[in-house]
Design a binder for this molecule. Structure first.
Ligand SMILES: [Zn+2]
Length: 76
């Protein structure tokens, strides 16, 4: 388990929230709109446009949407 998960588990239990741990792997390179993997981008790239559907992404927001979708898929 990554460092910090115990504290999150504790806080979620305290507030009666469900904690779902998902892999952040590739979440910053996959288009949250169409699923296209545009490959690794240096951390200095804060925004990018999907080569397939042309959606313009903020790097962090796109990754967050991918992580959310991952979690929603996991719980069905
Ligand atoms: Zn796309």
């Amino acid at each position: 388990m990554p460092v910090g998960i115990n504290m999150l588990e504790y806080k979620c239990a305290w507030y009666s929230k469900q904690l779902l741990v998902v892999s952040a792997r590739n979440t910053s390179q996959i288009c949250s709109a169409c699923g296209q993997n545009d490959g690794a981008k240096p951390l200095t790239i804060r925004e990018w446009t999907c080569s397939k559907c042309r959606t313009h992404h903020d790097r962090d927001i796109n990754a967050a949407v991918n992580i959310l979708n991952c979690g929603l898929k996991a719980i069905g």
